[in-house]
Design a protein around this ligand. Sequence first.
Ligand code: ADP
Ligand code: MG
Length: 352
Amino acid sequence: NISENRPVIRQLDEAAINRIAAGEVVERPASAVKELVENAIDAGATRIAIDIADGGKTLIRVTDDGCGIAPEDLPLALSRHATSKIDGSDLLNIHTFGFRGEALPSLGAVGRLTITSRAPGAEAAQIRVAGGKMEPVKPAALRTGTVVELRDLFYATPARLKFMRTDRAEAQAISDTVKRLAMAEPSITFTLRDVSGGGEGRVVFRADRENGDLFDALHARLARILGREFAENALRIDATREGIRLYGYAALPTYSRGAAVAQFLFVNGRPVRDKMLTGALRAAYFDFLSRDRHPAAALFVDCEPTLVDVNVHPAKSEVRFRDPGVARGLIVSSLRHALAEAGHRASTTVAN
Ligand code: ADP
Ligand code: MG
């Protein structure tokens, strides 16, 4: 009987949809940390503290002093495709990290999530969701900002659990993620603690708010994260072409590395890994480096949000420029220029 074997089309329920989306957004503990820290940055935080236990597998807690969430908005923050960051009509003009409204519902679908928050003029409140099941909002005690606590990531999706690496490897990935985000936000104080043993824990990384102008603050933050040697060998880059600005620091060829481990690229403040951009970096150093060496740099590409599409993939950090040639040309020519000048300065110093 054909009708009995006929496949039936059903609408998936919200919990199933969230779990599927979580697979895209949350690959590993570090991706959860990225989402939560980006939310804190979007909330205007000046201090962000990240506590992790067991490589983030059992606990990730992000505490910020940002704008907070009003009690009546807490259930919305956990609902799919609910965001305070865009009005839906302007996907081409994105100024925040978030805009999809996917991170919190996804995390709540694959772990035990507790959000405690206080918005100015409102009482502090708390909401919990575990394995996609949301509990009612209740009163809480908190002076300011937001605390998001994620426990037992992937407990609801055992297949995912198996793909996690050692605590050490996951903790390393989290530390890399936090440092990358901290590079782009020198005016925010970041603290990453490992609280695996309980108690105060061990400080893994700390960067206090940097003062001064854009370049001084960035230079100080890079010295903190990449080391004094990078900072002392870094050339200041600042160039603009056709509405795209490139700025940051690129190291002298003598500071190059045997692997591409010290290349940090950002588009409108977002850490990206993009073939076109790393290709441009490589091309810029082509005449200055032997083939087995890799340049070290922390570079920021800023432009009107309409000139670049950051909507390509939620986790993959790809971007698409409306005119990739302009961005590439800007990187290649301004870095070559800076490197040639530095080389010229060096050789005239030797000659004198
Ligand atoms: P998105 O960041 O794409 O908007 P999220 O699921 O990450 O989606 O967050 C949903 C909403 O919850 C945000 O739009 C924001 O209004 C609120 N929110 C999340 N984290 C914070 C935070 N740390 N401080 C204040 N509001 C937050
Ligand atoms: Mg977000």
